[in-house]
Write a protein that binds this ligand. Structure first.
Ligand SMILES: Nc1ncnc2c1ncn2[C@@H]1O[C@H](COP(=O)(O)OP(=O)(O)O)[C@@H](O)[C@H]1O
Ligand SMILES: [Mg+2]
Length: 233
């Protein structure tokens, strides 16, 4: 579904990604792990179209998308849940969710809203509250819910566990598994390496802008290099 081929990107003279290649197949949940500053956010932003690409190609369903604008990629079903959530704090929960449906021409967002509420019942309970008054975990649920409102084929998630208590993160992870079962492909960046490798099909390790390892979640959990660098073993 997604193919990144020899991608390079950076910030002025700083090169953040060097010839990154990876693939995510339809229906998979794939993780990208790596230390702070490895280039994970840069890669997700480049895929979403909000970070310029210096070299390389990005394909969605075999069609090149690296020249498309961010909203055109959203229309094709590729939706980013950014690092730090970036919800609209002064808007209500419901309005935040309805904003997520803006790329669609039809007006059937009520059904989508109910679907999001079925994944995250707390958002229904708090639908009239201001988003800024929610806890960190609820804001993350809102950010994922808002992305689902645009009916993505593929979700790109940047560190959904950031700042969350382990129990809250477990809830979000289990919803991600349900979302995947509903047919949405997932590519997730995580620093919580142990938890995420347990639930993904495959993962890539990014170090200083380069993919250095890849394998199934279990293969990487058993890899001594991964254990030493990311699992504190
Ligand atoms: N806006 C920016 N301007 C300059 N350098 C940046 C900017 N954002 C990120 N970088 C640099 O690019 C590299 C990769 O950053 P990033 O993609 O945010 O890594 P990660 O998400 O893995 O922590 C780092 O060296 C970082 O300092
Ligand atoms: Mg990051």
């Amino acid at each position: 579904m997604l193919k990144v081929d020899q991608l390079a990107s950076g910030y002025g003279r700083i090169k953040a990604l060097h010839q990154v290649s990876l693939e995510v197949k339809r229906g998979e949940i794939v993780a990208l792990v790596g230390a702070n500053g490895a280039g994970k956010t840069t890669l997700l932003k480049a895929i979403a179209g909000v970070q310029p690409v210096a070299q390389g190609r990005i394909f969605l369903d075999a069609a090149p998308i690296e020249k498309l604008l961010p909203h055109q990629r959203v229309k094709l079903g590729l939706v980013l849940v950014p690092e730090g959530r970036q919800i609209f704090a002064p808007l209500t929960v419901e309005d935040n969710l309805r904003v997520g449906a803006w790329t669609r021409a039809d007006d059937r967002s009520d059904g989508d809203l109910e679907r999001v509420f079925s994944y995250f019942p707390v958002l229904k309970e708090f639908r009239a509250r201001l988003a800024g008054s929610l806890s960190g975990g609820q804001q993350q649920m809102l950010a994922v819910g808002r992305a689902l409102m645009s009916r993505p084929k593929m979700l790109l998630l940047d560190e959904p566990s950031m700042g969350l208590a382990p129990l809250v993160f477990k809830q979000i992870i289990s919803v991600l598994e349900s979302i995947r079962q509903s047919g949405v492909t997932i590519f997730v960046v995580e620093q919580n390496v142990n938890a995420v490798l347990k639930i993904v099909d495959r993962a890539y390790v990014l170090e200083m802008g380069k993919i250095t390892l890849q394998g199934t979640g279990n293969e990487l959990l058993a890899d001594t290099r991964v254990q030493a660098a990311y699992l504190g073993v």
